[in-house]
Design a protein around this ligand. Structure first.
Ligand code: PLP
Length: 416
C-alpha cells in the first residue's frame, strides 16, 4: 500500500448512475445522508435485483421441479437459468457443479459433512489460516471432536500477510484438506490462493476456498484456480440474503454422500432402500430459496455488466485514498496492512472503544461495523478485542471516505 494518494479516484463507470440503482443508499439517518461502509457484512441491492425478486413473487411464484403448470415451469426455468449464470460468473466447467445453499456458512458445512467427514479419518490434517471467519473454523473444530481430524493453523504476520513459505512447511503426507479464505473479512488480506492450491494438490490434498468476501471484489475463475470447492454468499454480492453457492468439481461431488435428506435430493424412496438424485440436486434437499436464487442471478449480471476488473481497480484506488486519509487521524492504527489487500479498512484509535465510535458514527449517518467480525482468533493475534471496520463497495466514493474521516474526528473529540 505505497502508491501516492489519489485525490481523484476516478471510476470507469458512471458512479452517479450506479448509486441511483441502489435505493437504500438514498436516505438520511439522524438527519445525515447515509454513508454505507458496511459492505463486508452485507451489501445493498440494486433495483434490478429487487425488481427481479418482486416480479417472481408477483407473477411466477411456485415451486421448482415439481409441477407441470405454467408458473412452476417459469419458476424452474429461471431457477435453472440462474445456475448457468453462476456457472459462467465463476467459469465453472458445468452448471451441474453449482449447488445452491443458504450461504457460505452452509456451503462450508456441506463440504465438512459430505467430504471431510466421509473421506478423512482420525489423524488426517486439515489446514486453515489464522485469519479465517468463524464459519471456516468451527465446522473443522466440530470434526476434530467428532472424528479426530487434526486442525493445523497456517500463520500470518503482523501486517496480516499470509505466510506462504510457513504454510508450505506445514504441508505433509498427513495433509488431506485445506480450507482458506481468499480475502480476509477482518483484515482485507488477499491470500495467494492459486499457489496454496498448487502446494496442497502436490500432496494430494483437496482445497476449499472461502470466497465470501472475494467474490464481489476480484475476478474468480475456478478453473484457472483449480480449486476443488469454492463457497460464497449472495448477500455479499448485491444479492438477497439466505442464498449462496457451493462450486465443487463434478467427480468429487459425485463421490460424496448427501448432506441433508428430504425431497428433491432423491430418485426413488422406498422402505427397502432409497436412491439419490444426480448432482447438483443430490445436495439440494427441500424447497430452495427460489426468489433468492433468481435475485442472485440478477445481482451477478449487474456486477458482470459493470465489470469486475473495473470494480477492482476503482476500489483499489479508494482503499488507498481511505488508508492515507484515515492515517491522518491522531492515534489511529490500521489493523491489517498486507501487501495484497482489498476493500477492508479495519482500525483502532487510542483510548476509543470501537463500539462507542460505531454509535457516534451512526448518529452522523455513517454505517460501519465494530466488533470481532466473527474472526476472534485474528483479533487475539493482534491483541485487540474489537476493531472498527469500514468496508467498501463500488458505489462508495471519495466523499464517503471524507465524511467518515470527519465524523471520526468529531466522535473522537466527543469521547476524549
Ligand atoms: N467467510 C467470510 C470470509 C466472511 O466474511 C463471512 C461473512 O462475513 C462468511 C464466511 C460467512 O458468510 P455467511 O454469513 O453469508 O454464511
Amino acid at each position: 500500500m505505497n502508491k501516492a494518494i489519489n485525490e481523484t479516484v476516478t471510476s470507469d463507470f458512471d458512479i452517479t448512475k450506479v448509486r441511483s440503482d441502489f435505493p437504500a443508499l438514498d436516505q438520511e439517518i439522524y438527519g445525515h445522508k447515509l454513508v454505507y461502509l458496511d459492505n463486508g457484512a452485507s451489501t445493498q441491492k440494486p433495483r434490478q435485483v429487487i425488481d427481479k425478486v418482486k416480479q417472481y413473487y408477483e407473477r411466477d411464484n411456485s415451486n421448482v421441479h415439481r409441477g407441470i403448470h405454467t408458473l412452476s415451469q417459469r419458476a424452474t426455468d429461471q431457477f435453472e437459468a440462474a445456475r448457468v449464470t453462476v456457472q459462467k460468473f465463476i467459469n465453472a466447467p458445468s452448471d451441474s457443479e453449482i449447488i445452491f445453499t443458504s450461504g457460505t456458512t452452509e456451503s462450508i458445512n456441506l463440504v465438512a459433512h459430505s467430504y471431510v467427514r466421509a473421506f478423512l479419518k482420525a489423524g488426517d490434517e486439515v489446514i486453515i489460516s489464522a485469519m479465517e471467519h468463524h464459519s471456516n473454523i468451527v465446522p473443522w473444530q466440530l470434526l476434530e471432536q467428532q472424528i479426530g481430524i487434526k486442525l493445523v493453523i497456517a500463520p500470518i504476520n503482523h501486517n496480516g500477510d499470509f505466510l506462504f513459505e510457513e504454510f508450505k512447511a506445514l504441508i505433509g503426507e498427513k495433509t488431506k484438506f485445506v480450507a482458506i479464505t481468499q480475502l480476509s473479512n477482518a483484515l482485507g488480506t488477499i491470500t495467494p490462493v492459486k499457489e496454496i492450491i498448487q502446494a496442497a494438490h502436490a500432496v494430494g490434498a483437496k482445497v476449499l476456498i472461502d470466497g465470501a468476501q472475494a467474490i464481489a471484489h476480484t475476478h474468480v475463475d475456478v478453473q484457472a484456480l483449480d480449486c476443488d470447492f469454492y463457497a460464497f454468499s449472495g448477500h455479499k454480492i448485491f444479492s438477497p440474503t439466505g442464498v449462496g453457492v457451493l462450486y465443487g468439481k463434478r467427480a468429487l461431488l459425485d463421490s460424496m454422500p448427501p448432506y441433508k435428506g428430504g425431497g428433491e435430493m432423491i430418485k426413488v424412496v422406498s422402505f427397502s432402500g432409497t436412491t439419490f438424485n444426480e448432482v447438483p440436486h443430490k445436495f439440494e434437499a427441500g424447497t430452495p430459496n427460489i426468489a433468492g436464487v433468481i435475485g442472485m442471478a440478477a445481482g451477478l449480471d449487474y456486477v458482470s455488466e459493470l465489470g469486475i476488473s473495473k470494480i477492482a481497480n476503482y476500489e483499489h484506488d479508494l482503499l488507498e485514498y481511505g488508508t492515507q486519509k484515515l492515517l491522518t487521524i491522531e492515534g489511529l492504527k490500521i489493523i491489517g496492512d498486507a501487501e495484497h489487500k482489498a476493500s477492508i479498512l479495519s482500525f483502532q484509535i487510542d483510548g476509543v472503544h470501537a463500539s462507542d465510535l460505531g454509535t457516534l458514527l451512526d448518529h452522523q449517518g455513517i454505517a460501519i461495523r465494530v466488533g470481532h467480525h466473527c474472526a476472534m482468533p485474528v483479533m487475539e493475534f493482534f491483541g485487540v478485542e474489537a476493531t472498527a471496520r469500514a468496508s467498501l463497495a463500488f458505489y462508495n466514493t471519495k466523499e464517503d471516505i471524507d465524511a467518515l474521516v470527519s465524523a471520526i474526528t468529531k466522535a473522537v473529540e466527543m469521547l476524549k
